[in-house]
Write a new protein. Structure first.
Length: 136
């Protein structure tokens, strides 16, 4: 049985992975001419992920300064704050969510992703939820 067939039958719990593209604050902004081949390469990786049956979701994000943080105050009130939560110099530019049979497979996809976008890609597995609680 192929990976796609097994995934469709949900015979076992597969692991979902977050592949997040990282950028460094203050890096030069790429021109539309510089972005065109990058977008084409990312589109090709997306097509490969979909053809392999591991694609769940992907998307690019607006710059960090467009973020709004929703948090609870010490009194339990909801507080909205403009700007990113993390005060670090690295931010997430975009993400893929994939299902893969193991970490090695997820890392192989991340290698293709980083080659396409030219930025580091962090790979993190989602926590597994017992199949009986997912309703799948």
């Amino acid at each position: 049985m192929s990976w796609s067939d097994a995934r469709a039958h949900r015979r076992w719990i597969v692991t979902q992975y977050l592949l997040s593209v990282r950028s460094v604050e203050g890096a030069p902004v790429r021109s539309p001419e510089e972005m065109a081949p990058i977008q084409a390469a990312v589109g090709e990786v997306n097509a490969q992920l979909q053809a392999a049956g591991v694609w769940l979701f992907a998307g690019g994000l607006h710059p960090p300064e467009t973020a709004t943080v929703v948090a609870l105050s010490d009194r339990g009130d909801v507080v909205l704050t403009d700007g990113p939560f993390a005060e670090g110099k690295e931010h997430i530019d975009g993400v893929w969510v994939i299902e893969a049979p193991d970490l090695d497979d997820a890392l192989a996809w991340a290698a293709k992703a980083t080659a396409a976008c030219g930025l580091p890609v962090e790979v993190r597995p989602f926590q597994k939820i017992p199949k009986e609680t997912t309703g799948r």
